[in-house]
Design a protein around this ligand. Structure first.
Ligand code: ATP
Ligand code: LTN
Length: 328
């Protein structure tokens, strides 16, 4: 069975864009492929230094992943730092990649430039080596990634090839795949930019845990287009098209067909808001239920880490044996 790995950093809250664009596909995909999902807390440490934040965010993210429908008996959901093999193989990967290769990573260039007056950790620079370890530890066939992460999967392949060339055939070569096209959700206040936790305003973003009244208010205040015609046209009518696409993602009806059923913006805004409220209602209920029993949540994560460790330990053993390190 094809093995697929997706990882997500525990930084910030999950929003409707993450859900409709990614998480919902993960839930469907768990029944089609052997799915591993890492909550990559070690990666989050590259930019987080406030005590307690990473652990709390990891637990909340885990609750959200289970609440949206990842099944701990089907998919392997784990916290990266619980599987210590990541750190060991991460170091071995740092020793397999060159300074020059890491210097060419656009994500590092962007993120370090944005942190001009802030602390730029060495971890931010070596991040792709740890990501390579995440991927290679699980004999991953496919890594569904957006454009921004393609370069990291490419460098993972380069590292794997170099390691295999030096030490023998240890690693499976992963492939970056375009995730199944989920909805692309735009900011409600700026429908030409995608809904994102790191940019845009709170009013433009629907958090997965927003109260129904807040959701309705945000949709009612959504920026629409200057004329009054309800038409699905991303270029000419980005605001209305965004609402139609969100409503379509909730109801399963095509946005073009939905457009024909409205003559005014007001009812479309209200209906979309209400559809999102209904979509999120059971997820929010499961999330809050899971968060009331942290012991149970942690035990689900222990189970995931156990499954992950079995695979990761075998791969790491192959790697250390190939290098010829002294067994413990
Ligand atoms: P950041 O603001 O830090 O870039 P983000 O909110 O864009 O974060 P990521 O953590 O980068 O979210 O993405 C997690 C997943 O959610 C990725 O698979 C990404 O493609 C998807 N995703 C993020 N935002 C959207 C969106 N607005 N519409 C559809 N999919 C999205
Ligand atoms: N770098 C990724 C997160 C990430 C990842 C991974 C994704 C860390 N390790 C392994 C896929 C496979 C990001 O910032 N979105």
């Amino acid at each position: 069975m094809t093995r697929v790995l997706s990882c997500i950093q525990p930084t910030g809250d999950v929003h409707l864009g993450n859900y409709l664009g990614a998480l919902r596909n993960w839930v469907i995909g768990q029944h089609e492929k052997d799915a591993f999902h890492g909550i990559v807390d070690l990666h989050a440490l590259t930019i987080t230094d406030t005590p307690g934040v990473v652990g709390r965010s990891s637990l909340e993210l885990a609750a959200m992943l289970f609440a949206v429908g990842l099944d701990p008996d089907v998919a392997t959901v784990f916290v990266q730092s619980h599987v210590t093999e990541h750190s060991v193989l991460g170091w071995m990967m740092e020793c397999t990649v060159s300074f020059g290769e890491l210097s060419r990573m656009t994500q590092f260039k962007d993120k370090s430039a944005k942190r001009e007056h802030d602390f730029v950790s060495a971890g931010l620079f070596t991040y792709p080596a740890l990501q390579a370890a995440d991927i290679l530890l699980y004999d991953t066939d496919e890594v569904p990634v957006g454009e921004d992460q393609r370069q990291h999967v490419e460098i993972t392949r380069d590292i794997a090839l170099r390691f295999n060339h030096r030490f023998g055939d240890v690693f499976v070569l992963p492939k970056a795949v375009m995730p199944k096209a989920g909805a692309r959700v735009m900011d409600l206040q700026d429908p030409t930019s995608k809904m994102s936790k790191s940019s845009g305003s709170d009013a433009g973003l629907i958090n997965m845990l927003d109260e129904p009244s807040v959701i309705l208010k945000k949709f009612k205040r959504a920026v629409t287009d200057s004329d009054t015609e309800v038409l699905f046209d991303r270029e000419q009518k980005p605001g209305i098209s965004n609402l139609l696409e969100i409503l379509s993602a909730c109801t399963g009806e095509a946005p073009e067909a939905l457009a024909g059923t409205y003559t005014q913006y007001g009812p479309l805004k209200t209906d979309t808001g209400e559809a999102v409220i209904e979509l999120l209602r059971p997820i929010q209920a499961r999330y809050h239920e899971l968060m009331t029993d942290r012991g149970e949540l942690q035990s689900l994560l222990r189970k995931g880490a156990g499954k992950a460790r079995t695979v990761a330990a075998a791969t790491l053993a192959r790697a250390t044996t190939a290098v010829g390190m002294l067994p413990a």
